[in-house]
Design a protein around this ligand. Structure first.
Ligand code: FAD
Length: 461
């Protein structure tokens, strides 16, 4: 699809601008600079134009225009994708950011969420009803890309992945048609939208099942690095039998200047246990005891709080505009050799802002039928995300090298594949995010629904 500098004829932007209710931004417009940026400041790309869609008709008009003009295009949901899949040089960006409305049917326990909403928009709408569904570990992630990639988070072991709660999706296909996909309507498309990593259509509205989730028992407990091997072994022992209401993670990080941590710890490398217990709060302390009573923590902060408040707790740690590079690996077991490979690298990152997150799955995630969705690796009990993060461009190369080194050190202990949502590079998404059978099935679906690759999330070059 030739576009940008290699095109012989410029698209008729006036025509698209007239067709849209939302704004069309082209280079030189004051808002173009703001909207071309995504969350990851390391991504610096210039789309041909940005269509700020306000409804499904705008989306259909934009897709039809791109198809007719043979313009490559990208869809932007929350803009959180670390690889920057929402924006491409010399492509038309369809920006769903203004489509963030959420309607809650409390009686039927369903939330209808527009394709550009963030998880905090969903929480704000469901919280007054004492309801929630699985969203991200932070609240600033977009519902769109997150759901298309599976969607893990604090509620997943009790409520399933985001895709396990998806009841239907309204989407605009590459030919401009609007369809509703569900278990009974376009079931093949519905299968692919759930974990396929995007690209089969632009989803204008998601309908999610909601669960009774009001207050949770949640918190974070910091330990010195010396305690890391022991804490990892305690995590290993705890997670296989952990109750569904509990999702926990270990975070290698640099101690922030929080009032519940002694000043001499601030700025030191530490390991933190963070957890969310979404069952009866009074049972949480007993259930978490094997982990929470480990060792002598440097400090802790926990309590019973609204789920929505807990979901925002880590938002300040991942500011938009900083430079990020991530990767992820998954594991069948957490043996001592893996611990020995992990701890020294997590202890000495290229930038103090870098983190390593150790996660468990299991619970409702593992119980859902494997073939029911395009999310390939729900049976993996553990995964580790290596989060390269630095404030500016100067240290980015060193940070990326640290991420690669850490991944290479973990590789001998890892199983194949990775979750689409944490693939930090487009090539990883293309090569590793699905098993062979799922990959082939998705390729056939793409050939059927988008034969020209208009909406493909990753280019083949
Ligand atoms: C700080 C941070 C925390 C995260 N936490 C979690 C987490 O807890 N759990 C988890 O599973 N993932 C998590 N992620 C990963 C995240 O889910 C993915 O990066 C996801 O792609 C982000 O979705 P988005 O809509 O914000 O992204 P975007 O960058 O806007 O889009 C990502 C991809 O999805 C496509 N897309 C987005 N919306 C739509 C739509 N409505 N219709 C069609 N295609 C669409 C885009 O075209 C693009 O290909 C996190 C990411 C960050 C940066």
């Amino acid at each position: 699809m030739p576009a940008g500098p290699s095109r012989t004829r410029l698209p008729s932007w006036e025509e698209l601008a007239t067709a849209l209710r939302g704004a069309l931004l082209v280079p030189g417009d004051p808002d173009y600079e703001t909207h071309r940026h995504v969350w990851n400041g390391a991504i610096d790309r210039r789309p041909l134009a940005i269509a700020r869609c306000v409804d499904a008709e705008d989306v259909a008009a934009t897709v039809k225009f791109a198809a007719r003009e043979h313009l490559p295009m990208t869809a932007r949901g929350g803009g959180h994708n670390v690889a920057g899949l929402a924006v491409r040089d010399d492509a038309l960006m369809l920006d769903l950011g203004a489509m963030n409305r959420v309607e809650v049917d409390a009686q039927s326990r369903i939330a209808r969420v527009e394709g550009g909403a963030l998880w905090r928009d969903v929480d704000a709408a469901t919280r007054p009803h004492g309801l929630a569904t699985t969203g991200g570990f932070v609240s600033t992630t977009g519902v769109g890309g997150y759901t298309l990639g599976g969607g893990v988070g604090w509620l997943m072991r009790r409520c399933g992945l985001a895709i396990d709660n998806l009841l239907e999706a309204e989407a605009v296909l590459a030919d401009g048609r609007s369809v509703t996909a569900s278990e009974t309507r376009h079931p093949d498309l519905f299968w692919g939208l759930r974990g396929g990593g995007g690209g089969l259509g632009v989803v204008t509205r998601f309908s999610f099942r909601l669960h009774e989730v009001d207050e949770v028992f949640a918190g974070v407990m910091f330990h010195s690095l010396d305690a890391a091997p022991g804490l990892l072994r305690a995590f290993r022992a705890f997670t296989p039998g952990a109750p569904d209401a509990c999702t926990a993670m270990l975070v290698f990080t640099t101690a922030p200047p929080l009032p519940f941590l002694p000043p001499e710890v601030h700025g030191k490398r530490v390991v933190a246990l963070a957890w969310c217990w979404s069952g009866e709060p009074s049972e949480g302390t007993r259930a978490l005891a094997p982990l929470a009573e480990f060792g002598q923590p440097l400090g802790r902060h926990d309590g019973v709080m609204p789920y929505a408040a807990w979901q925002q707790m880590f938002d300040p740690g991942v500011p938009a505009g900083d430079h990020y590079y991530w990767t992820t690996s998954q594991f069948d077991a957490f043996d001592d050799a893996l611990i020995e490979a992990l701890v020294p690298r997590a202890a000495q990152p290229a930038d103090p802002l870098c983190e390593v997150h150790v996660h468990h799955l299991g619970g409702a995630v593992a119980r859902a039928e494997q073939d029911a969705t395009a999310f390939s690796f729900r049976d993996a009990p553990l995964f580790i995300n290596v989060i390269g993060h630095t404030g500016g461009a100067e240290r980015f190369t060193a940070v990326r090298d640290w991420v690669h080194d850490t991944r290479a050190a973990l590789a001998p202990h890892a199983r194949a594949g990775m979750q689409p949502n944490f693939a930090g590079a487009a090539a990883d998404l293309r090569l590793h995010a699905h098993d062979t059978g799922t990959h082939a099935k998705l390729a056939a679906l793409r050939a059927h629904y988008d034969p020209d690759g208009l909406l493909a999330p990753v280019r083949d070059d």
